[in-house]
Design a binder for this molecule. Structure first.
Ligand SMILES: Cc1ncc(COP(=O)(O)O)c(C=O)c1O
Length: 453
């Protein structure tokens, strides 16, 4: 994500004390520097992209270090902790399962796995009737790619093209990066794989024409025979700009897939489990995919992901042929079940929906006051992206986005480093249990920081 490292030089900053934010030290904290330096020395450089704050605890929608500082969390980690940090029901589920002495079971049956898959199945719409539990979002999208290709190849030898979108992100493993839409991220694989084809995403910003004609025309221009397409995969909202596709576009895509025997896959790794103000993001479109990939918010924090699919797709491989060592790890599965119950029974989807206008209206105002530095403020539910641009253009300005993250951290609002794909965006995505008061307090900080750019 980040292309820069935050300097490990303590800076005197204004002291802040509100019920939710507390900054009592220079930032970064002088005593924390040896730990941060140790990390920079012992890990790959890629791990050094996030702000130099040592997370040591959390509670609901705040994050703390061990030096007396506290932040309103607008990151949810990276859109993971929908039910907040340290939720007692998740802590209890983890402790109880560990207390039974069961922290691994491979694919041997467990009751917790059965409870979780049944719960998911009961929440998912037709035709998503089976769920495969794995570990990471990339593993889920890899699995969906494999199933789509396996399905297509049963028809004819050339039906193996996966269509995805420019600027899309589906993970960092080989297949998921080939499916991704950022050339810079896949230069290591080579860009010339004819089985992965990208189409402009209908965001109405960098691709002003949001009609489905662009999909058809781009395929034709790239010489793709629709009958050779095994599947189309899209993030339900595009992660880099938090933009849903137009409903009519999504419906046309569903129809096109049906007419051409292609599997429609929504990558719900970011959108799933309430983030957009609907339990599943694709509900906004009034259609259902043939497969959906989940991760991040499915478990509230423990490493667990899932692929949901039709009976036909999920039966392509026989017993023992599609498995994973850590499939439905019992502790992760228990945490995920507790998390889903908190989200569904605790009204968190409704909370995200109710707070959407507060978030988006603030975003539009911050953009209007930005002197053209923000080109777009878009989102749904409790996720919003502010796209920083060279004034009054659509050219990304990652430096400005980086600056806003750094200054916000100093004022007690936690953000992750600017999203690199598609340009310099910052994402605002607090835990789904945030209150309007805390949300407004954090947004006021961002507004102040942007106004001071
Ligand atoms: C839409 C989407 N798909 C897949 C992934 C990959 O998930 P993971 O990092 O758990 O492999 C991500 C991660 O950011 C994502 O946002």
């Amino acid at each position: 994500m980040a292309t820069r490292e935050f300097p490990l030089v303590p800076k005197e900053v204004e002291r802040i004390q509100t019920p939710y934010r507390r900054i009592q030290t220079p930032i970064p904290v002088p005593e924390s520097i040896p730990i941060l330096e140790n990390l920079r020395a012992s890990e790959p450089r890629s791990m050094g992209g996030q702000p130099p704050i040592i997370w040591s605890g959390g509670d609901g929608c705040v994050i703390r270090d061990s030096y007396g500082n506290q932040w309103i969390d607008f990151s949810s980690g990276v859109l993971v902790t929908g039910s907040g940090h340290g939720h007692p029901k998740i802590v209890e589920a983890i402790q109880k399962t560990a207390g039974q002495g069961l922290y691994h079971a491979y694919c041997f049956p467990t009751e917790i796995r059965a409870r979780l898959t049944s719960k998911l199945e009961s929440l998912l719409p037709e035709p998503l009737s089976r769920v495969f539990l794995v570990t990471t979002g990339s593993e889920a999208t890899e699995c969906a790619i494999k199933l789509a290709r396996t399905y297509g190849l049963r028809s004819h030898d050339s039906k193996k093209i996966l269509v995805t979108f420019e600027n899309a992100f589906h993970g960092r493993t080989m297949g998921s990066q080939l499916a991704g839409g950022s050339p810079a991220l896949k230069s290591w694989v080579g860009q010339d794989n004819p089985d992965f084809v990208q189409i402009p995403y209908p965001d109405g910003f960098r691709c002003p024409d949001t009609s489905f004609d662009v999909f058809i025309d781009t395929l034709a221009r790239k010489g793709v025979d629709p009958s050779d397409v095994c599947g189309v995969m899209s993030e339900t909202y595009q992660g880099c700009n938090a933009c849903l596709m137009p409903v009519e576009y999504a419906k046309a895509l569903r129809k096109w897939c049906d007419e051409n025997g292609a599997v429609l896959i929504f990558d719900e790794v970011q959108a799933g489990f309430g983030r957009t103000g609907a339990l599943f993001g694709f509900e906004h479109y009034g259609i259902a995919p043939d497969m959906a990939c989940f991760g991040k918010g499915i478990s509230g924090g423990m490493p667990l992901s899932a692929v949901a699919g039709t009976d036909e797709l999920m039966s392509l491989y026989g017993p023992g042929e599609m498995t994973s060592t850590h499939s439905a790890n019992p502790i992760c599965a228990a945490a995920a079940l507790a998390n889903i119950e908190i989200i569904v029974d605790g009204g968190l989807v409704e909370n995200a929906r109710a707070l959407e206008p507060v978030l988006l209206d603030a975003g539009k105002k911050i953009m209007a006051d930005s002197n053209g530095r923000i080109g777009r403020a878009d989102g749904a539910g409790l996720v919003m992206a502010l796209q920083f641009v060279q004034p009054n253009t659509t050219t990304p300005d990652p430096e400005a986005a980086f600056e806003v993250v750094a200054r916000s951290i100093e004022k007690g609002v936690m953000l992750f480093a600017p999203v690199g794909i598609g340009g310099g965006a910052i994402k605002i995505n607090p835990p789904l249990l945030i209150t309007e008061q805390i949300l407004r307090e954090g947004l006021d900080v961002i507004a102040e920081v942007v106004a001071g750019l």
